[in-house]
Design a protein around this ligand. Structure first.
Ligand SMILES: Nc1ncnc2c1ncn2[C@@H]1O[C@H](COP(=O)(O)OP(=O)(O)OP(=O)(O)O)[C@@H](O)[C@H]1O
Length: 286
């Protein structure tokens, strides 16, 4: 299987934050969600991939190319979408095309025009006159016009209403349909992952918690529920996290540990539950 992105033992130190030995691979033709609580290192990881920050250790390959030594070649294959647009506010959409296309020898003007039609973006509009969702689509239209093979998006859905969010996820799903493109996107909205991601990389406070298929991730844990009196010391010990209520409890437990609790209610865990329980680091809370 060809990998479009390979991150190996990536490390970065800031004064008050360390990203430790992060490793993951994104194969060609798939979508990966990058998740983790605030301040976990998602944006730092993306900036390191884009060589916007200098790493302290590790290796990053974009379509087999070193992201630092072969930066220009690697970037020609990349499309980047941040949650704020990087065009000049006063540019008209036509000016955006003029300014961006010069960097990409394989830029297709017909494709850009087609994407503008598809996304209902008037070429005469100024960037500042476009809504956040439209600006996002404009960044995507650019990436599609030079046929970026790998799209990297930092929280692309964060400011979007549910309709625009759904539309964006649909666009990303269509983009990888031919098996020749891949997407890495960070998000706090786990519904986005349920809807669009094939793989999940979960970074928790600078450490890699998990990287692998979404199904594998969800299958690692179960939710065990019971009445107050059923919360045994053994269960507390085995649980990754416990939430107590006046009438009972819910605990996130590793799937292999649930056999001991088969008399209780055991349900599949959602991505949200896994993230919430694991990022509480096992503390009880109500
Ligand atoms: N240039 C920098 N200098 C010093 N510290 C930084 C720098 N950039 C990020 N950090 C710190 O690194 C940590 C991780 O930040 P990062 O933005 O990567 O997290 P994140 O997972 O993307 O968070 P969020 O979900 O809130 O966007 C934070 O504690 C942040 O303050």
């Amino acid at each position: 299987m060809t990998n479009y992105l390979e991150v190996k033992n990536l490390s970065k130190s800031f004064d008050s934050f360390q990203l430790h030995n992060i490793s993951f691979t994104l194969p060609k033709g798939y979508i990966m969600g990058l998740i983790g609580p605030n301040g976990s290192g998602k944006t730092t990881t993306i900036k390191l991939i884009l060589n916007m920050l200098k790493r302290n250790g590790g290796e990053i390959k974009i379509m087999g190319l070193d992201n630092v030594a072969d930066e220009q070649k690697a970037k020609a294959e990349l499309g980047v979408v941040f949650d704020t647009n990087y065009f000049s506010d006063d540019w008209q959409v036509t000016q955006v095309e003029k300014s961006i296309s010069v960097f990409y020898p394989n830029w297709k003007s017909e494709r850009f025009a087609e994407m503008l039609r598809k996304f209902h973006i008037a070429p005469t509009k100024k960037v500042k006159e476009l809504s956040k969702g439209m600006q996002m689509k404009l960044m995507l239209a650019c990436a599609f016009s030079y046929d970026a093979k790998l799209l990297i998006l930092d929280e692309p859905t964060s400011g979007l209403d549910p309709v625009s969010r759904d539309e964006l996820l649909q666009i990303l799903s269509e983009y990888i349909e031919d098996g020749e493109h891949s997407v890495l996107f960070s998000t706090h909205i786990t519904g986005d992952l349920e809807r669009a991601a094939d793989y999940i990389t979960y970074i928790s406070y600078g450490e890699l918690f998990f990287s692998g298929s979404k199904d594998e991730f969800v299958d690692m844990f179960r939710i065990v529920k019971g009445g107050t009196e059923e919360l045994s010391a053994d269960l507390k010990e085995k649980a990754v996290g416990v939430r107590t209520f006046s009438t009972g409890f819910e605990a996130l437990v590793k799937t292999e540990d649930t056999v001991a609790f088969s008399s209780l209610s055991i349900e599949p865990a959602t991505i949200d539950e896994i993230v919430v329980f694991t990022s509480k680091k096992g503390d009880d809370y109500e």
